[in-house]
Design a protein around this ligand. Structure first.
Ligand code: 1HN
Length: 350
């Protein structure tokens, strides 16, 4: 008859194989292959009211030039020190003051900007500038030269704050990061403002155009146009019981996402809307554009208003409520999960 080794015999064995950089799978199998997603992220809310004084203070402590990018990173409270808002996504609030320049560089990481506060700042991407207004969604695809500035509008200038969303943790995961600084502080502009939107943003394409990359050739999706569409679709009765009126931003050339790693959405929740519970494997970061309401994530309630930000982790079921007409921007890693065929979503209480 054989006797089972005792717990302490196993522990001694684990110690021995540790010296060879080996470990027993059976001790971690259920964590490695969870029954359902069991990540560390928690839901969290950053209220504009709480955050703004520190953004302003950052503006007195360092220039955009010295900081390269003057950003306060929104870290998931469960991932301190990782510059991650979810396991795959980075988010931060960037401040650019009148007259400042954030110098030109490029990197493998893809970035989105969602304008939260102030007008008159521009970003330049691969030879074209765009002036940014609150609610505009702007992309900086991977490896494109980009710099920012704040020249103001019509002789008036003010601090401008936007949400940066990047795929930093994904690129770090793949150990695939490269970066270059430009010799020029601001890049040379080679096309007039609005050129990309004129070429690609009106259900038309230049006759000889063939897409050279999966990335959208449009780099500013202006809020005025998005807002109008949400309004019309609401009037037309196209309110989903889970999402309200929810649209995804699109690469008009391919029908795919604007960038290969980041999905972006805009949704309208009419006053009094109470959504049904929903969950998906892509955790999402939200920026509140208009209106007040709350989100309940796994029973935990977060009350939001304009310019607030919140994160809903993977597979946590949540419901959205609007006390006033509300507009929410959001982004996630959905394109990557879709490409890997691992995306799951569930409309609950159907
Ligand atoms: C970056 O290049 C920007 O260009 C913003 O504005 C945030 C965070 C990490 C790495 C690069 C920008 C960033 C970033």
């Amino acid at each position: 008859m054989t006797t089972r080794p005792t717990g302490s015999a196993r522990q001694a064995f684990y110690e021995q194989i540790r010296a060879l950089s080996m470990t027993p799978l059976w001790e971690s199998l259920s964590t490695l292959v969870p029954h359902t997603p069991n990540g560390p992220c928690v839901p969290a809310l950053w209220r504009w009211h709480d955050v703004l004084p520190y953004i302003e203070q950052a503006g007195t402590l360092i220039t955009a030039e010295e900081a390269v990018r003057r950003v306060l990173v929104l870290e998931n409270p469960a991932l301190p020190g990782q510059s991650s808002i979810t396991q795959s996504l980075y988010a931060g609030l960037q401040l650019i003051l009148p007259g400042e320049v954030a110098p030109a560089h490029r990197h493998v990481q893809s970035a989105l900007r969602f304008i939260v506060h102030g007008r008159g700042a521009y970003t330049a991407v691969d030879g074209e500038r765009t002036t940014m207004f609150p609610g505009d969604f702007v992309i900086t695809p991977g490896w494109t030269w980009h710099d920012h500035g704040n020249d103001g509008l019509d002789g008036h200038s003010e601090p401008v704050v936007w949400l940066d969303g990047l795929d930093i943790p994904m690129i770090r995961f793949f150990d695939a990061g490269f970066e270059e600084k430009s010799a020029a502080r601001s890049q040379q502009v080679s096309r007039p403002e609005g050129n990309a939107l004129a070429r690609y943003g009106h259900n038309l394409l230049p006759v000889d155009y063939t897409p050279g990359s999966p990335t959208s050739p449009i780099f500013n999706y202006p809020y005025a146009r998005t807002r109008e569409v949400l309004d019309q679709l609401y009037r037309d009765g196209e309110t989903d019981a889970w999402h309200g009126v929810k649209l995804r931003y699109v690469n008009p050339v391919t029908g795919g996402w604007p960038m290969p790693t980041l999905a972006t959405f805009m949704q309208f929740l009419p006053a009094g809307f109470t959504g049904k519970p929903y969950r998906s494997t892509d955790g999402s970061v939200f920026s509140v554009v208009e209106g007040r309401g709350c989100v309940v994530v796994d029973g935990q309630r977060f009350v939001f208003g304009p310019k607030d930000h919140f994160v809903v982790p993977s597979w946590k079921s949540f419901t959205l409520h609007a006390d006033e007409d509300a507009v929410l921007f959001s982004f996630s890693d959905r394109p990557v999960q879709s490409a890997l065929n691992i995306l799951r979503e569930e409309k609950l209480d159907a």
